[in-house]
Every structure is written in C-alpha cells, then in structure tokens.
Ligand binder design. Structure first.
Ligand code: DGL
Length: 279
C-alpha cells in the first residue's frame, strides 16, 4: 500500500535534443521550484534540427517513453524542433494508443500566444532550426491567433552546433549570429519582435543582443513556457495532485556526463551531476 502511494507521485519530464532545454528548465525552476523534475538531453544525437520528420519523431518518442518509464506522467518537449515535428503525432497517436493517462506539451503555442501583447507592428521574425522553419509550425499557429500578423522565418543551421560544442561565447559565433539576424531584418525591416525559436539560442543571447537593433524585442521562450506550465497545473488538478513536490532535479544525458555536467552547471549556475542513459 505504502509503495503504491509513493509510486503515484510523478516527477515532470523535460526533454531536449541537448543543452537547449536547460534554458526552459531554468525558468520553470524559478517559477515552479516545488516540483520534482527529470531533465533528459539527447546530446549524443543532437542536433535534431537538420534531421527528417521520421527521425525526429522516432528520437523524441524514445525519449518521451524513457521519461514515462521513469515515472513521469507529464513531459515538456523543451525543444522547438521536436515540438514542430513530433508533438502532434505523439498527442494524436502514441498517447491515446499506449499512454492515455499521460500528457506531452510543447513550446511553440506558449510562445505564439504571447505575441499579440508584445508586437506593435505585427511583423514578427523567427530564428530557428531548419527543421522548425521548414515545418512552418510558427506560421500556422500565428495565423490562427491573428491572420494579419506576418512572420518571416530564417534558418540558423550553425547556431545549435555552436552551443553544443561550447563555442557560444567564442569569437567564431559572431559571424554566424550577425549574418542570420541581418538576413532576417533585410527580409522584413518592419520586424519589431524576434522570436528565438530554438531553446538553444538564449545561450547566444549576449551576441544576439549585440547584433539586434534597439527597437526590436528579442523573445526567449523560457518565461512563457514556465507561465504556461503554471497555468496548466492550475487547470489540471488531476495531474498537479499526482506531481511529486520534493524540489529535486535529476539530469540524464545520452552523451559523456563530464562534458554535460560542466556545460549544464555553467548554464544553470549551479552544480549538475548527470547520469548517462542509452535510448
Ligand atoms: N533546442 C532545440 C530546438 O529548440 C534544438 C534542436 C536541435 O537539436 O537542432 O529546436
């Protein structure tokens, strides 16, 4: 009986292809520190952004099922590429077929929902991975919220590799950051709001700020996703009531733990000790 009661309490799963989801986790921990979390970074197979739909779906499904098997009932895809390419199929097929009591949420909708209060010109820029851009998920969601809003999308294929290799603050990053921001603003000079549509990109924020004109708001997603999760928990007492509240975070990576621990500690500003898993 006691065992059953204990096993009922579930941590929240947070998944990304690598380090990017830590920028989301950081904000979630700031707003909702009471819950227990399991973070999973599939660093061994990152980046996902240049992979096909099928591959991103398979990798994401494996990670989500791994988190379910570790007791999570709710998993956040803290990755735009996975949200763009895998979320819908997970929600419409995997969950109803195999895990009807489980839930998976993404990061695109919470980001798009905040646009109307931020933009004045209605001209939005999106910087994202090739996968997210090609899916046009942002365009589709924005059109549902406000068909008058325009969104210009630019792929940044080098930005995730810069972060994953720890080169996000090195001089080599300047060239690629500047180039993509300039391309975006040349395509639509009326852009007043620029979405960082990849959870890795906030790690490049000092450089992104350096090359973005003052009047353009830079939107990192962490805060919006955290607020949306808070809201979700308020609306879903059946999930909230079963979420364990020990304030802990367990870190899992599919790559070498030493590298993960040192970069993740840097990003989160606290010591991280991860375990290696194989998907
Ligand atoms: N953090 C992922 C995203 O938000 C990065 C994708 C990748 O691995 O390329 O899209």
């Amino acid at each position: 009986m006691e065992e059953k009661e204990l096993s009922k309490l579930k941590p929240i799963g947070v998944f990304d292809s690598g380090y990017g989801g830590l920028t989301i986790l950081k904000e979630i921990l700031r707003l909702l520190p009471q819950y227990d979390y399991i973070y999973l970074g599939d660093n061994a197979r990152a980046p996902y952004g240049t992979r096909s739909f099928d591959v991103v779906y398979d990798f994401t499904r494996q990670a989500v099922e791994e988190l379910f098997s570790r007791g999570c009932r709710l998993v956040i895809l803290a990755c735009n590429t996975a949200s763009a390419k895998a979320l819908r199929t997970l929600q419409e097929q995997l969950i109803p077929d195999k895990y009807p009591d489980h839930r998976v949420l993404g990061v695109i909708l919470p980001t798009v929902e905040c646009l109307p209060v931020i933009t004045k010109t209605g001209h939005i820029g999106l910087l994202a991975t090739p996968g997210t851009v090609k899916s046009h998920s942002y365009k589709l969601e924005v059109a549902k919220i406000d068909p008058e809003m325009t969104i210009t999308e630019v792929e940044c294929p080098m930005w995730v590799p810069l972060v994953e290799s720890g080169e996000f603050d090195g001089p080599g990053a300047d060239y690629f950051v500047k180039k993509r921001i300039n391309t975006l603003l040349e395509m639509d000079p009326q852009i007043d709001t620029m979405i960082l549509g990849c959870t890795h990109y906030p790690l490049l924020l000092p450089k992104i700020r350096q090359y973005t004109p003052k009047g353009v708001s830079i939107l990192a997603q962490g805060e919006f996703v955290a607020r949306s999760l808070e809201n979700y928990m308020k609306r879903h007492s059946e999930i909230e009531g079963e979420t364990s509240k020990g304030g802990s975070v367990q870190f899992l990576t599919t790559e070498n733990t030493d590298k993960f621990d040192s970069l993740a500690s840097l990003f989160l500003g606290k010591d991280v000790i991860s375990s290696r898993i194989y998907l």
